[in-house]
Design a protein around this ligand. Structure first.
Ligand code: P6P
Length: 346
């Protein structure tokens, strides 16, 4: 039990922020406001995601729904909800979103000194919605680095992952959860829809020491470089001294795959391969936030060679190979990559 959290059975996100975040060097009401803004947008997205399947069943025109609003593609809808909530919250000077090619400078009429930056994947894995697979929103928060007030710039967005002040995700699944860190461990909050509150449900999450699961899309196997192929042969028991085969779990939704491995102990791999020499996942709003969470939960996050959070970004949407999981497992993978991959992973 954290000494500063009153031993109450139910702790709301609001109470947690106030009681826990006050210890942070940068803790100000502004930072807490951003978490509240993100939580509000997530509740709006959650409502639409939950009825996404109904769009066909109820026969909405697809152009206009019963409230007379335009039915938008859910990822565009989600993006608009988060951008709107952050703009109204007034604490953010610039936003980088997977849905927008360029960064979005934010003009804060009521607060020209907004000093935070948000990187966002508003609805990751959205292609899974129509098959009812859990999807999520991933976010990363930085302090602005450019001088002066007013809207921020791309330079504010292109910071190393080590500069994150907060990272987290919302997962829209059997329940809707917020999992986030500010560098003081990882905590999970489950939405109680009956009261519209995120309640503390997973205190101080640590990734289990043993790796029981491996997650990657083996449909790409023939395009993999030798190192990951040799690692897979090892964990599948080809070598006499190999470990017992692990369970393979891969649902193709980063937030869902990550969340399961975080709680159960597992490694998530999206490697570089011949068709994707830089990998697929985005550094700024997928790899960095998940890397911060992984490390805060006692795990390891790399691109197969270097720590993800040490990578200096050069482009908003740049991609990176991604290995997230137990320290021992990611270290083992590195040994195979170093031993078998002559090609340098860039
Ligand atoms: P693949 C979803 O499109 C996504 O961005 C991540 O959520 C997921 O981990 C990955 O791509 C799945 O990619 O190539 O295996 O379908």
């Amino acid at each position: 039990m954290h000494p500063n959290i009153s031993p109450r059975k139910v702790v709301t996100l609001e109470q947690f922020i106030i009681e826990r975040e006050q210890q942070l060097p940068f803790a100000t009401g502004e930072f807490s406001q951003i978490i509240r803004d993100l939580g509000l947008a997530a509740k709006m997205v959650n409502r639409e995601v939950n009825k996404a399947g109904l769009v066909d069943i109820l026969g909405f025109t697809g152009e206009e729904n019963v409230q007379g609003e335009k039915v938008q593609k859910l990822d565009i809808f989600a993006n608009l909800q988060f951008l709107q909530a952050l703009r109204i919250g007034g604490q953010v000077c610039v936003i980088g979103s997977e849905e927008n090619e360029e960064v979005i400078p934010v003009e804060n009429s009521q607060n020209s000194e907004a000093k935070y930056v948000v990187l966002l994947d508003p609805l990751d894995g959205s292609s899974n919605i129509d098959v009812n697979v859990s999807i999520g929103t991933i976010f990363s928060i930085y302090r602005r680095i450019t001088k002066g007030n007013g809207p921020g710039t791309e330079q504010d967005c292109l910071q190393k992952g080590t500069e994150q002040v907060c990272a987290g995700y919302f997962i829209y699944g059997s329940s809707t959860m917020l999992v986030y860190t500010t560098g003081n461990g990882v905590n999970g909050f489950t939405l109680d829809p009956s009261i519209g509150e995120f309640l503390l449900s997973h205190r101080d999450i640590k990734i289990p020491a043993t790796c029981n699961i491996y997650s990657l899309n083996e449909g790409n196997y023939r395009k993999f470089y030798p190192g990951i192929k040799e690692y897979l042969r090892h964990i599948k028991g080809k070598y006499e001294n190999s470990v017992r085969p692990y369970s393979t779990r891969y649902i193709g939704s980063l937030v869902a795959d990550f969340h399961r491995n975080l709680l159960r102990g597992g490694v998530f791999i999206y490697p570089a391969f011949t068709d994707r020499p830089k990998g697929k996942l985005r550094l700024m709003y997928e790899a960095n936030p998940m890397a911060f969470l992984t490390e805060q939960a006692g795990g390891m996050a790399t691109n197969g060679e270097e720590r993800i959070m040490d990578l200096q970004p050069t482009q908003l949407h740049q991609r990176t190979p991604l290995y997230l999981g137990n320290v021992s497992e990611v270290t083992l993978i590195h040994e195979y990559l170093r031993k078998y991959d002559l090609k340098k992973i860039n």
